[in-house]
Design a protein around this ligand. Structure first.
Ligand code: MN
Length: 204
């Protein structure tokens, strides 16, 4: 924020320019409209017996009304042994700070097209390790251990949102037109039809 030394604030035009600048760099939720609202929520282990072998248990403003206007939320993520996967997804409104509680996770994210040209960053994480997924970037976690894994994710929004890539692209309702996806993915239509005919489990 450019207040102080470089902000004489002598004209309305300058003030408007400063406001516009602040708006461009403001990436978090708006400031609080209330002090607090008491609420509690228990986050038990999620059931990982599903197609991807993971379960996200969110603790956002939908479950905890007291998070309203606070700009934060949490999620517990459980992973089945030997390959439990939180599949590639993005959060349109939040960066994510992951803390591994149990198990061994191979995690990663991919940068945007222009920022380093879709560079993949990965790391193997053990209990106590932390990792950050920047807002909007596609990321995943994969249990490479022989036992259950558990992680806690802190998110910088009361309502982070989640877009699971496969579900959104191949499982939309109604389906995206075949010609669009065959051209986008440079494959024959039978490949796209196969993918569109799968059941895309939502682990959230
Ligand atoms: Mn995430």
């Amino acid at each position: 924020m450019m207040k102080g030394a470089h902000f004489p604030a002598t004209t309305a035009a300058f003030a408007l320019l400063a406001l516009a600048t602040f708006h461009l760099v403001s990436a978090s939720d708006p400031s609080s409209l209330q002090d607090f609202c008491v609420a509690l929520k228990n986050t038990d282990a999620g059931n990982t017996s599903n197609a991807v072998g993971s379960k996200v248990t969110p603790a956002n403003v939908e479950q905890i009304a007291g998070l309203n206007t606070l700009g934060i939320s949490l999620a517990r993520i459980d992973y089945a042994p030997n390959g439990g996967l939180n599949p590639p997804h993005t959060h349109p409104r939040a960066s994510e700070f992951l803390v591994v509680m149990e198990g061994t996770l191979y995690v990663g994210f991919v940068t945007s097209n222009s920022d380093n040209g879709n560079k993949l960053f990965t790391k193997v994480l053990y209990p106590g390790d932390v990792f950050v997924f920047p807002v909007g970037l596609i990321h995943f976690q994969f249990n490479i251990g022989k036992v259950n894994a558990v992680a806690i994710a802190g998110l910088s929004s009361q309502n982070p949102g989640v877009i699971t890539i496969a579900n959104a692209v191949f499982g939309s309702k109604p389906p995206i037109k075949l010609d669009v996806l065959t051209k986008a993915f440079q494959v024959e239509s039978n490949v796209v039809e196969y993918l569109q005919n799968q059941f895309w489990y939502d682990n959230n």
